[in-house]
Design a protein around this ligand. Structure first.
Ligand code: PMV
Length: 310
């Protein structure tokens, strides 16, 4: 039986998560890893996600709250497909962990949509894919900035401001990053909600903090363009101090950042929603990346090296 595939990218946010929800810029780097999916004509619509071992059907409410969210999100995506169509079974395989700040859920939405579109022989513009993915993300997150969806569609190294198209960035040198998972499942919805509360309680002070982060993001763009990774690392460290003040870091994430810096990282910070999930560290070169990843692994964390080529 005909089966067609789609792929969505995972991403890391180099600087600017959370403040990006409030209209400030962020810089993200797409990863080769993300999610792939295949779709085929079936008797009824369904979505299976591995390795989560979950299958949902749009017309059958699920008892488990996570599966129920997935069911609703899948329904939203199907609502963006033409109504006269055969029933479709989609099988998706996550290549990155979910709830880890790596944009897993957006990567999943894009892989699923692309697999369905390939099966239905539909060509969908990038912006249409991004909009459909944002609608899916709203089921999980409530208030997504759209950065994960844009990155899941486009990948690459990019500058993002909410509501604007992703702007490609040109780095002078390859970026040697280490990604390490704290093991805790971070709820982006919860951390975005927490930052929203802080902002509502004191809009001036929190807004000022977002402006400080925005200034770091602007400096980081210049550092990427000139290849000044030592400075880029310092900016990442400063961004982490603000993220800690926004109450989205955890003792484990702090410990991982410290371990990475002691192992020679130029800078380290949480990436994505926080409250658990992943940390990124910037290394001078590939050898340094491997040394940092080894230090994190021997402390019991799952760590891997990501190279972002210019
Ligand atoms: O945790 P992730 O991978 O979904 O990243 C979230 C990034 C935030 O800036 C915290 C939220 C957003 O929607 O931009």
């Amino acid at each position: 039986m005909k089966s067609l595939c789609g792929q969505g990218h995972g991403k890391v946010i180099l600087l600017g998560e959370h403040s990006v929800v409030f209209g400030r810029p962020a810089i993200a780097a797409g990863m080769a890893l993300g999610c792939d999916a295949s779709a085929q004509i079936a008797e009824r619509d369904s979505l299976t996600v591995e390795p989560w071992n979950v299958t949902v059907q749009p017309d059958r409410p699920a008892a488990d709250p996570n599966a129920e969210q997935l069911r609703r999100a899948f329904g939203v995506l199907l609502g963006r497909c033409r109504s006269e169509r055969p029933a479709i079974a989609v099988h998706a395989r996550m290549q990155i962990p979910g709830g880890a700040g790596l944009g897993g859920s957006a990567a999943l939405s894009v892989a699923v949509l692309r697999a369905i579109d390939a099966l239905l022989e539909v060509t969908r513009a990038d912006q249409d894919q991004i909009d459909a993915s944002i609608a899916w993300e709203q089921v999980f997150h409530g208030n997504p900035s759209g950065i994960d969806s844009a990155m899941a569609v486009r990948g690459g190294l990019a500058w993002y401001v909410r509501g604007q198209p992703l702007a490609p960035l040109h780095a002078r040198r390859a970026l040697c990053l280490v990604v390490a998972n704290s093991g805790g499942h971070g709820s982006t919805k919860a951390t975005v909600g927490r930052v929203g509360e802080l902002h509502a309680a004191d809009p001036a002070a929190t807004g000022q903090r977002f402006d400080h982060i925005a200034a770091l993001v602007h400096s980081a763009k210049a550092a990427l363009e000139t290849g000044d990774h030592a400075h880029l690392g310092e900016l990442m460290n400063e961004n982490q101090v603000h993220l800690q003040a926004l109450e989205v870091s955890t003792p484990k994430l702090e410990q991982m950042c410290e371990l990475a810096r002691r192992a020679g990282a130029l800078g380290a910070k949480l990436t994505g929603g926080g409250g658990g999930g992943c940390m990124i560290a910037l290394a001078h070169d590939q050898t340094a990346s491997e040394r940092i990843a080894a230090a994190l692994s021997s402390a019991g964390y799952v760590a891997f090296v990501v190279e972002v080529t210019p």
